[in-house]
Design a protein around this ligand. Structure first.
Ligand code: LLP
Length: 446
């Protein structure tokens, strides 16, 4: 299986990283800005670590995706994959731009509804929806449930029929294409747990159509995430789906909708992912003539570049031949480097540090695991205690993958818009961290 390509060549220059990220700028006196707000000001008021999102960037990216689809002549709806960032302020902003939501749990469904996404714009994906989650989806009468197996279809059919309801469903098909992304986030191969193999789809589609309580509206697919090596995997997947639509129709089945999934990659370092226009082109080539309603489920592409994780230096530790920069953020906050060897740019926030000479450092968190390492051999200036750094492109799968490992409270989240900023999630306090825990009944001496 393919793995992430190890970074080669020198890291991109700080100035180049900023030039490609319009939400960020280095101000000679105020330091690193998100939109027009100094990140140092946010750190001072809200503390660190803190996630900071640019509202303007979120809206701009949602609209860029809409424009690319429209320019290709595709009338597709976009359902933001809330797993990338389920903060209700983020989802609400995107809903305001006309996006729906793709959810994979009761929590995400509730978050999407709390954020103001109409049920009629919510699609429920995932391989293991529980009966309770299915009941909620039925009660809310959401747009569509994407089914991943015959077993799951039986379960949903029985529940819907017993409630006297009909649920719109799509069959998630695994087109067996290699998205050539990291092994942990590729999903479109037969060996993955997702969807049903495309060869079995016609038979299963027919079975689903006969099940009570289900209205089979079409097909869904999602071949993987952080797809960066061209548009070819998409083109192959959508071509296969287009053929399948024709085959199903020839067999007398109605197919009125195809959910094209998510997965569009972003440049974290120097990757050159396909553009939204290229993605739209692949959809058009494979499904443009199919006469189906089209849906997309992007997450990372919309919100990844819109966020940073702001952290402070606890101290620098000099070891034998190595320099460690120890931050107050850790793998419990930003898990991606530990989990996927992901590369995130790390920029000093202060203008003097930004321009100071650099030496190689390992950037780590305080958690008691060697994998609590954000970067090795990263060229950084001297960073005295309390200096601030920003991890770029942390708006997707950042806060949403956080945990409280080492009993570290969840970090705060902030949204910036122009000159304004606002806390959109309080930092978890210690009472909240311990809330709900208690000694067993037999230990209270009573
Ligand atoms: N639709 C389905 C069914 C998915 O499983 C996913 C992501 C998406 C849409 C959205 O994919 P996106 O456009 O964000 O690539 N934690 C990993 C990424 C896991 C993605 C899981 N599924 C990371 O940090 O890279």
């Amino acid at each position: 299986m393919p793995d992430a390509i190890p970074p080669t060549g020198p890291d991109p220059a700080f100035a180049d990283l900023l030039a490609q990220r319009p939400a960020l700028a280095m101000d000679a006196s105020a330091g690193l800005l998100m939109e027009e707000v100094p990140l140092a000001r946010i750190a001072q008021a809200a503390g660190t670590p803190t996630w900071v999102y640019s509202a303007t960037t979120l809206a701009r990216r949602a609209n860029a995706l809409k424009a690319a689809l429209a320019e290709a002549g595709l009338a597709a709806t976009i359902h933001f994959a809330t797993k990338a960032n389920p903060n209700i302020a983020v989802v609400n902003l995107l809903a305001g731009e006309g996006l729906g939501a793709d959810v994979v749990s009761e929590g995400e469904l509730r978050a999407a509804r709390a954020a103001g996404v109409p049920a009629g714009r919510i699609v429920f994906s995932g391989v293991g929806k529980t009966a309770r989650e299915m009941r909620l989806a039925i009660a809310e009468d959401i747009l569509q449930v994407n089914l991943e197996s015959a077993e799951e279809a039986e379960m949903l059919s029985a529940l819907a029929a017993s409630l006297g309801r009909t649920v719109r469903v799509a069959l998630r098909v695994n087109p067996d294409v290699d998205a050539r992304t990291h092994a942990k986030i590729t999903t479109g191969l037969t060996e993955n747990k997702f969807g049903v193999p495309i060869a079995l789809a016609p038979e299963l589609y027919a079975r689903l159509r006969a099940m009570p309580g289900l209205e089979v509206v079409g097909l869904a697919t999602h071949i993987g995430s952080q797809i960066t090596r061209g548009v070819a995997p998409y083109a192959a997947a959508y071509a296969r789906l287009g053929e399948l639509v024709r085959e199903l129709r020839a067999a007398g089945h109605a197919v009125r909708r195809v959910d094209c999934g998510g997965g569009l990659g972003i440049p974290y370092r120097d990757e050159q992912p396909a553009s939204p226009a290229a993605l739209a082109g692949a959809i058009k080539a494979g499904l443009g003539d199919a006469g189906v309603e089209l849906m997309l489920e992007p997450g990372r592409w919309i919100c990844g570049p819109a966020g940073v994780l702001l952290a402070a230096v606890v101290l620098e530790k000099a070891s034998v031949g190595r320099r460690f920069v120890i931050l107050d953020a850790a793998m419990n906050d930003l898990l991606r480097p530990a989990m996927y060897d992901a590369w995130h740019a790390i920029l000093p926030v202060s203008p003097t540090a930004f321009h100071a000479p650099r030496t190689a450092a390992d950037v780590v968190g305080p958690v008691c695991e060697s994998s609590d390492t954000f970067a090795r051999g990263r060229e950084l200036p001297a960073l005295p205690p309390h200096s601030l750094v920003a991890f770029l492109d942390a708006g997707a799968y950042g806060a949403s993958m956080s945990s409280t490992y080492n009993a570290r409270p969840l970090a705060a989240e902030v949204m910036v818009r122009g000159t304004e900023w606002s806390v959109i999630r309080d930092r978890q306090d210690y009472p909240a961290l311990l809330a709900g825990q208690r000694l067993p009944r037999w230990a209270d001496g009573g």
